[in-house]
Ligand binder design. Structure first.
Ligand SMILES: Nc1ncnc2c1ncn2[C@@H]1O[C@H](COP(=O)(O)OP(=O)(O)O)[C@@H](O)[C@H]1O
Ligand SMILES: [Mg+2]
Length: 187
């Protein structure tokens, strides 16, 4: 069998939707079954690979381009690359898919009101106060994915249920051949 087992999983959604949280669980499970995994988390990447870039459309595009470049290199070496980033534009997500090939788009869906209420990093409050600009969902657009491969509704689902959806898709497409059904746990 010559199938390349590498794949990039893009988790797109608003800040606070649950992208990083789902990734942590999926990452752990993939390691458990012996897969090579890397996580390119938007927040961390912006401190290194894409340091200095801002949040204009052009800079967001450049941010995703650099992430895509690294994800591509890893993917062709059989790594499962988890990419939790906002990636607000159709075009950048499509470019990523076209470059990488082995690609799964996960829409991590929670309404703005819920994300704002969670305000995990306190950023929505700062955006509402005008202390930060170009904040996705407040004064910057988010183009809702029209045909994601997976959609996680993080209002209705537990973290384990959302993670299972991602693992199920990896299994269905042949990128992994075994995983345990995760059971609910309390955070
Ligand atoms: N099904 C779910 N999947 C992911 N996160 C969830 C879910 N349900 C509730 N949450 C909570 O939502 C918050 C999401 O925060 P985070 O993962 O940092 O978001 P993001 O990385 O998208 O900005 C966490 O506090 C998490 O516990
Ligand atoms: Mg995050």
């Amino acid at each position: 069998m010559s199938k390349n087992l590498g794949v990039t999983v893009l988790l797109t959604g608003l800040s606070g939707a649950g992208k990083s949280t789902i990734c942590q669980v999926v990452e752990k499970e993939l390691r458990m079954i012996g897969r090579k995994v890397e996580v390119l988390d938007g927040d961390q990447v912006r401190q290194h690979l894409t340091k200095g870039l801002g949040f204009s459309k052009e800079d967001r595009q450049e941010n995703i381009r650099r992430i895509s470049f690294v994800a591509h290199l890893l993917t062709r070496n059989d790594v499962v690359v988890l990419v939790p980033v906002i990636a607000p534009y159709y075009q950048m997500r499509d470019e990523m898919r076209n470059l990488i090939g082995n690609f799964i788009e996960v829409y991590v869906n929670a309404p703005l009101a819920v994300c704002e209420q969670r305000d995990v990093k306190g950023l929505y409050q700062q955006a509402r106060l005008g202390k930060i600009q170009q904040f996705t969902g407040i004064d910057d657009p988010y183009e809702v994915p029209l045909h994601p491969d997976v959609e996680c509704d993080t209002v209705q689902e537990s973290v384990a249920e959302s993670a299972n959806k991602v693992l199920n898709k990896l299994n269905e497409l042949g990128y992994i051949s075994y995983y345990r059904e995760l059971v609910n746990f309390s955070a």
